[in-house]
Ligand binder design. Structure first.
Ligand code: CO
Length: 201
């Protein structure tokens, strides 16, 4: 399978102990910055994922103000918790980009959640890659080209996999078609966590 230029799939980058340590760190993030249900701008339609963030900025969306980054949690008004050190280490080792990520979006997918085809383009710095870490149940990830109607291909992402969207692939359309229940024992109650590291400014 030939991925589009600039898109890298690193299967099994995190071994099981590293996955467990990261889940612990994310539990602490969620305890401080509770998961919320994002809604689409305009329509107010709820997305099927729940989300929170860590880092100096977090990605949020609501009906009135749309997609944006902000330094505080929309419900608590507190600053987002710090990004776990492991994530900064992955960025240093993989991203090939000197500036550190400012935002880590934490998406929790229940086993029936999905994510429609979209581009990550709310960042000013489009030279920085997007680095995504998968934890928990396997998903079917879909990636296309720079136009919504370009041909797409799909492949599975398992717990511990990392995907990088960089260079020519930075703005490729992508989404999550489905989650495969009971494909990982990492998360006690099933589902999948996706961590997306981004440089914003
Ligand atoms: Co995305």
């Amino acid at each position: 399978m030939q991925l589009p230029n600039g898109i890298r799939h690193l299967p099994g980058y995190l071994d099981r102990p590293a996955q467990e340590a990261l889940v612990e760190a994310i539990r602490a993030v969620v305890a401080d910055a509770p998961l919320f249900t994002p809604v689409m701008p305009g329509t107010g339609k709820e997305m099927s994922v729940r989300m929170t963030n860590c880092g100096s900025l977090g990605w949020v969306t609501d009906r009135q103000r749309g997609y944006r980054y902000q330094p505080t949690h929309p419900a608590t008004g507190r600053p987002w918790p710090a990004m776990p050190q492991q994530l900064l280490d992955f960025w240093r080792d993989i991203a090939g980009y000197e500036k550190l990520p400012e935002a880590c979006l934490v998406n929790f997918y229940g086993d029936d959640a999905r994510m429609g085809l979209h581009q990550d383009r709310d960042e000013q710095d489009l030279n920085a890659p997007v680095l995504s870490v998968s934890l928990g149940n396997t998903c079917l990830f879909r990636v296309g080209g720079l136009n919504r109607n370009d041909r797409t291909l799909s492949f599975k992402l398992a717990s511990g996999d990392i995907v990088v969207l960089g260079g020519e692939g930075r703005l490729c359309f992508h989404g999550v078609d489905r989650i495969y229940p009971a494909t990982s024992t990492l998360l006690k109650n099933g589902g999948r966590i996706n961590l997306t590291l981004r440089r914003v400014n």
